[in-house]
Ligand binder design. Structure first.
Ligand code: ATP
Ligand code: MG
Length: 361
């Protein structure tokens, strides 16, 4: 009447080898993602080791893994647990040999389009998922990270290095911690270069899964200094939907290309404003970010609506993904953070020297 035939580990692994990781396009067994497989009579449990705790397709993986195992004769219950180990992009973070697995820079061509907003909220989203995250404010002319993250000062320095500030689970460093707010920031080229280098070499970042870097507006020196100090996994371009912003964004894309930084994609900010009656007003035009991505042959990562809560959160030091996590704008930022994490994983795994994830760290 009821199949009492005992299920064994080989049968479970064979079933799971039919389940694809939707973004890495290989099966869970080949990717070595199945851990702690246990069978007690007709109950099977295992852990899926993801390549990012911010995995956007966790639910799909869970559903498909569960279905595959539940279909085996002799299985009546399946427990799927998750853990994550973020692979390194294989760049050993240059001469500094920093234990930072991935570094992603947020740029635009134009100022004021929302780079800092995206960098701050993406960093918080990644930290909320459980990843170890740093946020480097490379905008040494107009540092906004301290205000946006609600932190005024660094903790006391260590013996040899500065200790980064920390908020919402994110470690951060900014020139804003080192100068008075009213002090003009005038840098000569070599000083700029050494300031950015010191943000990496003289700060006790510790081990990080992700370092998110907020670049200053424009196409320039800061990004170059950064690249010379530490290789980047990739870059994100933020633009408004409007034509002039798109032209500047193209220059940002070109900057990454010239520096040999892979472009993870384009984010369109301030895409529309939702009016009280539910209709959408295209304040800055529409569809420009997607068009730019298409024309440049890079992915479109997502669109962020306008919401006064973003500015309030930024001014009050509480990022909107914390202050109003269920708002459409926070949901958009969360999806963007998860998509960036997924793209970082794919890039790391696609590198030819990829080793199965249980062999890292
Ligand atoms: N989606 C949004 N809705 C409402 N306000 C926003 C949104 N995105 C950003 N802002 C606000 O717009 C202003 C500029 O954003 P932000 O500082 O992030 O841009 P930026 O590109 O980093 O600027 P800069 O080039 O000066 O560094 C901020 O006051 C921010 O709070
Ligand atoms: Mg900024």
């Amino acid at each position: 009447m009821f199949n009492k035939g005992k299920v064994n580990k080989d049968a479970v692994m064979a079933a799971l080898s039919k389940v694809q990781e939707p973004e890495l396009h290989r099966d869970l067994v080949t990717l070595n993602m199945i851990r702690d497989l246990e069978i007690a009579d007709d109950r099977v449990s295992f852990t899926v080791m993801l390549t990012t705790p911010a995995c956007p397709l966790r639910n799909q993986i869970e559903r498909e893994a569960r279905q595959a195992v539940a279909a085996l004769p002799g299985v009546s219950a399946v427990e799927v647990k998750f853990d994550a180990s973020v692979p390194s992009d294989g760049r050993s973070r240059g001469l500094l040999r920093l234990p930072i697995r991935n570094a992603v820079a947020v740029a635009s061509g134009k100022g004021g389009v929302g780079k800092s907003t995206v960098a701050v909220n993406v960093a918080v989203v990644l930290a909320q998922s459980g990843a170890r995250v740093g946020l480097l404010d490379a905008d040494i002319y107009g540092p906004n990270v301290p205000t946006m993250m609600g932190v005024k000062a660094l903790p006391a320095a260590g013996e040899n290095k500065l200790i980064p500030a920390e908020a919402y689970g994110v470690k951060m460093m900014s020139i804003g911690f080192l100068v008075r707010p009213d002090q003009p920031l005038i840098w000569r080229g070599p000083m700029l270069h050494s300031a950015i280098r010191q943000f990496l070499s003289d700060v006790e970042w510790g081990e990080l899964d992700y370092l998110v870097i907020d670049l200053p507006p424009g196409t320039g020196d800061a990004a170059l200094s950064l690249m010379q100090s530490m290789p980047l996994s990739g870059g994100i371009i933020v633009t408004l939907p409007q034509q002039v912003s798109l032209e500047d964004a193209r220059r940002g894309l070109e900057m990454f290309r010239q520096l040999n930084v892979p472009v993870f994609g384009v984010v369109e900010n301030m895409s529309y404003l939702e009016l009280p009656d539910g209709t959408r007003m295209d304040v800055f035009g529409s569809g420009g970010g997607e068009r730019l991505a298409r024309e440049s042959g890079v992915p479109f990562i997502g669109a962020i609506p306008m919401d006064p809560a973003v500015r309030q959160g930024g001014d009050n030091g509480v990022p909107v993904v914390v202050s109003d996590p269920e708002s459409p704008v926070a949901q958009a930022l969360r999806a963007i953070g998860q998509d960036i994490a997924a793209k970082i994983s794919v890039a790391a795994v696609q590198k030819s020297d990829f080793v199965p994830i249980n062999m890292i760290g």
